[in-house]
Design a protein around this ligand. Sequence first.
Ligand code: ADP
Ligand code: MG
Length: 402
Amino acid sequence: MKTIADLGDLRGKRVLVRSDLNVPLAGTTITDDGRIKASAPTILMLSEMGARVIVSAHLGRPKGEPDPAYSLAPVAKRLGQVLQKPVVFAEDTVGPKARAAVDAMPEGGVVLLENLRFNPGETAKTDAERAEFAGELASLADVFVSDGFGVVHREQASVYDVAKLLPHATGGLVEAEVNVLRRLTRDPDRPYAVVLGGAKVSDKLGVIGSLLGTADRLLVGGGMVFTFLKAQGLEVGKSLLEPDQVDTVRGYLDEAKAKGVEIVLPVDIVVADAFSADAPHEVVPVDRIPADKMGLDIGPDSAKLFAERLGDCRTVFWNGPMGAFEMAPFAAGTNAIARALADVTAGGALTVVGGGDSAAAVRQLGFADTDFGHISTGGGASLEYLEGKQLPGLQVLEDGDA
Ligand code: ADP
Ligand code: MG
């Protein structure tokens, strides 16, 4: 893969950068700016090289047309603060405003284009529609730098198709992310544990098959654990459950046993009457979940057990909170895992936190980014990498230039 240095002298050149600036927003307030901070070094480096830096990004899932609720305007403002330099916000992506903003850029200037997903071509299923939009993006620039790790597993116009149209390079963030993931897949220091949780159950089950070939231990919590408990014949009440995945999970449990991979499941659960911070809640043994309650966190004995099973690990990958951590009564399990990772990190282990909500959780709980070896900006992308899938946005960078 080519790096920015391989692109030669970029002074005065228009460089289109695909960044991942998909931050969580409450109204127009950015609740976690981790992805903006992680994207800043590449943008700053290009600007300092004298390039005209055109940043492209998406926010949320608008429906292929402008929607003010998903405008990147607040992100432009925050990006300017992080870069400590002016960021011009273009109020469209490839239209007259974007063109005017790009034409007016000085050397070293930075423009952020409006949300890529305001254009149906960005995520279009047909190659022709995507290629057309990619062509419009490419016409703004001389070269392309792919730095949005959170989207490299997507075959989308600004990630995949545009790289076929312009000389291209891998940005520093994507390079750093891939380097860490490579260490997890090639001969990791052992014991190697993977902690899985969160709510996107069916998205995350796929990776388990490959993890059973590389990890020594698999710890499961969060919303996905109830499909595991159900597979063991336990009652899960109103908890999150994917009934059509129960058989798959049972298969994983058998396979783990055959391969000698230790599966660590909770022994107790915090259950509540409803998905609400002020709902009455209590701790119950894992085999006593009442039919009318939902599990919203792993219990205190489980937190202790999980911390103990992480204590001697030399490598840990963690994706997905252990509970509904946004609500204080259900944050203790996630906090315990973060603490355990911070402790083994201090002892020299490689720890990687992946997933947008997981990263937001550790920051919300007061941990510093330096408490972990690496906080990935791409949950889905890192899981697909660990699953051994080809990521289109990385694959296309390996291929030759246009
Ligand atoms: P990530 O973004 O880290 O990959 P996910 O998006 O899969 O994680 O899941 C994060 C969400 O999972 C959080 O919003 C959290 O509230 C939710 N969650 C965790 N445990 C549970 C649970 N037991 N029941 C319902 N939701 C849960
Ligand atoms: Mg998430």
